[in-house]
Design a protein. Structure first.
Length: 258
């Protein structure tokens, strides 16, 4: 299977569609795969998921044919090595505001032999439990891993060129939720629209996949029209909540229950 970066490369194939995973449920991961999602991002920032839950979801999602990325809780790097050892297809780091931070967080995903700080873990799942050769393990880590920085503030978007020029960054995601929260502007505001356009243009100038996260299908279509290469649509918990509430409300309305 092609890597996430290869699948999302600008102007290559169709945009990739995914969703956030916030529930510690292997059944949910399986259902998302059966529905045909291209990828999932396990959300370690805005959920109570344990590292073990993340690990099992990575393994199952990949076995079912999806690309599986993980968003870490913060920029501390505390769990990065173990998530890499789990064999995840990539890591998203939130709240990356400048080039120095981008370099720091992505260097953790690069082997020490290549100027990073990632250690050798060839007997982990990422190394097929030691069945991969050292060459295979190192080559996979060098070429197949998505090192995604998440830009979520006006300050970060003002520095988009310098952030995306960091050599160890190979994909980027714009966090519209925090961007609109911090600026007090709606996603439709011309200022935000200009930031989005500049973000996508900067990524594509460098051949980097650009992604975003949206709430619903209509917003996903708009994001694809804006040129995004990968789009997260909703999340597993909210999808379940919306479907459950809609069904219950429909039954109550039909039978006249207040």
């Amino acid at each position: 299977m092609s890597s996430f970066i290869e699948c999302c490369a600008p102007a290559v194939g169709d945009p990739q569609l995914g969703t956030w995973v916030k529930l510690p449920s292997l059944e949910t991961v399986e259902i998302l795969a059966l529905c045909g999602y291209d990828f999932i991002v396990i959300d370690g920032e805005h959920s109570p998921l344990t590292l073990e839950s993340v690990y099992r979801s990575v393994a199952l999602g990949q076995a079912l044919g999806m690309q599986v990325l993980v968003r870490v809780a913060d920029r501390s790097g505390e769990t990065v090595q173990r998530i890499l050892d789990s064999g995840a297809d990539g890591i998203l780091t939130p709240q990356v505001a400048d080039a120095a931070v981008a370099e720091e967080v992505t260097r953790r995903m690069v082997f020490s032999s290549d100027g990073g700080t990632r250690g050798m873990g060839a007997t982990s799942r990422a190394g097929w439990w030691g069945l991969a050769t050292a060459v295979e393990y190192l080559e996979h880590g060098r070429t197949q891993l998505a090192r995604v920085v998440q830009l979520e503030s006006a300050e970060a978007l003002a520095r988009v060129d310098e952030i995306l020029d960091v050599p160890t960054v190979n994909a980027a995601l714009i966090g519209l939720g925090d961007l609109t929260l911090s600026t007090g502007r709606r996603a439709s505001d011309p200022v935000i629209r200009q930031m989005v356009a500049a973000f996508v243009a900067a990524g594509h100038e460098r051949g980097l996949p650009c992604g975003t996260a949206v709430a619903n299908a209509e917003a996903a279509v708009a994001a694809i029209d804006d040129g995004f290469d990968f789009v997260l649509v909703g999340n597993d918990a909210s999808l379940f909540a919306a479907a459950a509430k809609s069904q219950l409300d429909h039954v109550r309305e039909r039978v006249g229950i207040a």
